[in-house]
Design a protein around this ligand. Structure first.
Ligand code: G6P
Ligand code: ZN
Length: 574
């Protein structure tokens, strides 16, 4: 459908008061939904972004993509962005049908349609609904999350904002029907264009250019018999992508059982974070042993959790390492070759061992997908991942849950039909990094900040260097070989990022990391990460929690975590 109106829409300038707390975190600005809805909070943030965009683009008219994960306020937010884009000199907006577009899909569409960037309305894995969280994330023209130079500049503008601009008469736009529209705006020399697109189409085309769909079809329903799998979309944005790819494109309806594929504004009450705690429904479904493989996605579809038969858990750190070791199962990498690998600092060193064996470079970056963008643009890396259930490659500039699942199915189709056997073979070759993360979520008060401050002080004074500890649990000895506050200089543009987590490394290579989460919307969340390497095959089948208990007990003691936070146990363990 194409439509061009003759009426001229006028631009209204509305006074506003600046907010002081619109600083984006690890991945965009996240706040309670009500905060965004009240007092033009959302409009202010969007205006600051447009001001920044126009300043950087020197008033060259931008083309942008807008999409979201379907949570409460995504559709209203999309309509507000349309009104504000028209008034802020945006040339064209590609708008997701019904406002729905996964984060990886936004990245795909930005790249495919060569736009100047995009706006993603999501709080990712945070719960949605009027009483939960909403979020806004800006992506740049490479398809990736905006780097800190951009988000800091937007933040500066939010603190000085005096008015917002919008075209209030741009209403009743049909977001459900695909098509192009143009509008005349008073004071603009060019019309404002909108195109409503189906992002699933663009995304599916990309996946088909990366993977061998026939081979995956054969794995699922081919001559070796059915390979039953279970996919749970946790009522997030991924439902339409899952149904289209597994049922229509791969023609594997018989083998692929899906759950929660209807997108709901409150995610059906799910906490849409694919881990053993919040995706417990998938864990229960897998325990019966009826499915060979299981996967779940987060609200906006960039995170994934991979399970094998009977609920065998693949840690995201191992998932990255296994995929890195088996990229030759994926046609995209055969065609484009494999550059280096990268992981975030708290992610275990499992992928480092694959890099060493394959003689590839390994980059260690701070937490946050935005730090991978330059490395991919400069062809320094092809694949990267994080312990926080994110895995991806240079096919786009976001982590990609569906890509991870199709990658795993490619490995299963080529190497072995058992997830567990693939992991055991991997550990036999490389040894095993045991990894765990303890989260202490939503702590009120200054305790977590004081705890980190004390640890920073210990780093500066080099207090723990060469000190030997006996663990409170298990009586194991550990000697500190390095303690620092992680900082990073981007090898491509030289940008410097500091205070990215306290790291304690021991002489046997084991590591402890302490950070405050940058994605929460309430209180402070402390994350404690423990990573320890074993190459004695008799340990490979052991439980990670049991193996790491001594190291974790030492972490709690060194940080005096209970005293500072008042918590004697974590809210989530992954
Ligand atoms: C988001 C980001 C990731 C990051 C994760 C955890 O998913 O895209 O890059 O690892 O959040 O961040 P946090 O600051 O909460 O540990
Ligand atoms: Zn996400």
């Amino acid at each position: 459908m194409s439509n061009s109106e003759q009426v001229k829409h006028t631009i209204e300038t509305r006074p506003t008061k600046p907010f002081t707390d619109q600083k984006p975190g690890t991945s965009g600005l996240r706040k309670p939904t009500k905060t965004f809805i009240e007092n033009q909070y959302f409009e202010n943030f969007i205006q600051a972004y447009f001001d920044d965009l126009n300043e950087t683009n020197k008033d060259k008219q931008a083309t942008l993509v807008v999409g979201g994960d379907g949570r409460h306020f995504v559709r209203e937010g999309t309509r507000i962005i349309i009104q504000m884009a028209a008034a802020n000199n945006v040339k064209k907006l590609f708008v997701a049908r019904d406002g729905l577009m996964s984060t990886p899909s936004v990245s795909c569409v930005i790249r495919k349609r060569n736009t100047d960037g995009g706006i993603v309305l999501t709080a990712s894995h945070n719960p949605g609904g009027i009483d939960n969280d909403f979020g806004v994330k800006f992506n740049i023209s490479n398809g990736g999350p905006a780097p800190e130079a951009v988000t800091n500049s937007v933040y500066d503008k939010t603190r000085q904002l005096t008015n917002i601009r919008l075209c209030p008469t741009l209403v009743n736009i049909d977001l459900l029907t695909l098509g192009k529209h143009t509008y005349e705006i008073e004071g603009r020399s060019t019309p404002f264009e909108i195109e409503i697109i189906d992002s699933v189409d663009d995304y599916v085309q990309l996946m088909k250019s990366i993977f061998d769909f026939d081979k995956i079809h054969n794995l699922l329903v081919g001559d070796k018999g059915k390979f039953p799998i279970m996919i749970n979309a946790l009522s997030g944005v991924m439902g339409p992508y899952v149904l289209r790819i597994f049922h229509e494109e791969l023609k594997a309806k018989d083998a692929v059982t899906v759950k929660n594929c209807k997108n709901l504004e409150d995610f059906g009450g799910h906490h849409p974070d694919p881990n053993l705690t919040y995706a417990h429904e998938l864990v229960e479904d897998m325990k019966h042993g009826d499915f060979e493989f299981g996967a779940a996605f987060d609200g906006d579809g960039d995170r994934n959790m991979i399970l094998g038969k009977s609920g065998f858990f693949v840690t995201p750190c191992d998932s990255l390492a296994v995929l890195a070791a088996n990229l030759d199962c994926i046609p995209y990498f055969k065609k484009h070759g494999v550059h280096g690998y990268a992981r975030s600092m708290p992610t275990s060193g499992a992928v480092d061992r694959v890099a060493a064996k394959n003689q590839k470079s390994l980059y260690e970056v701070p937490t946050g997908w935005k730090f991978f963008g330059n490395l991919m643009d400069s062809k320094l890396i092809s694949i990267c991942g994080e312990e926080s259930f994110g895995t991806g490659s240079d096919h786009i500039r976001e982590k990609d849950g569906m890509w991870a699942v199709l990658s795993w199915l490619s490995v299963l189709a080529n190497v072995d039909r058992s997830v567990e056997k693939i992991l055991h073979a991997h550990w036999t070759t490389f040894g095993r990094n045991f990894f765990t993360r303890y989260d202490y979520e939503e702590i009120d008060g200054p305790g977590p900040f004081a705890m980190l401050k004390r640890l920073e002080g210990m780093c500066m004074a080099n207090e723990l260097l060469n000190k030997t500890f006996v663990t409170p649990y298990g009586n194991k000895e550990y000697t500190v070989t390095l303690m620092d506050d992680f900082h990073y200089t981007d090898p491509v543009d030289g940008s410097y990022t500091e205070k990215q987590g306290i790291r304690i490394v021991f002489t046997d290579g084991s590591r402890l990391v302490f950070r405050l989460s940058g994605t929460g919307a309430r209180g402070a969340t402390v994350r404690l990460y423990a990573d320890s390497y074993e190459n004695d095959p008799s340990t490979y089948t052991k439980d990670a929690q049991e193996m790491l208990r001594p190291l974790v007990s030492l972490a709690l003691e060194i940080a005096q975590l209970k005293d500072f936070t008042g918590r004697d146990k974590p809210t989530v363990i992954t």
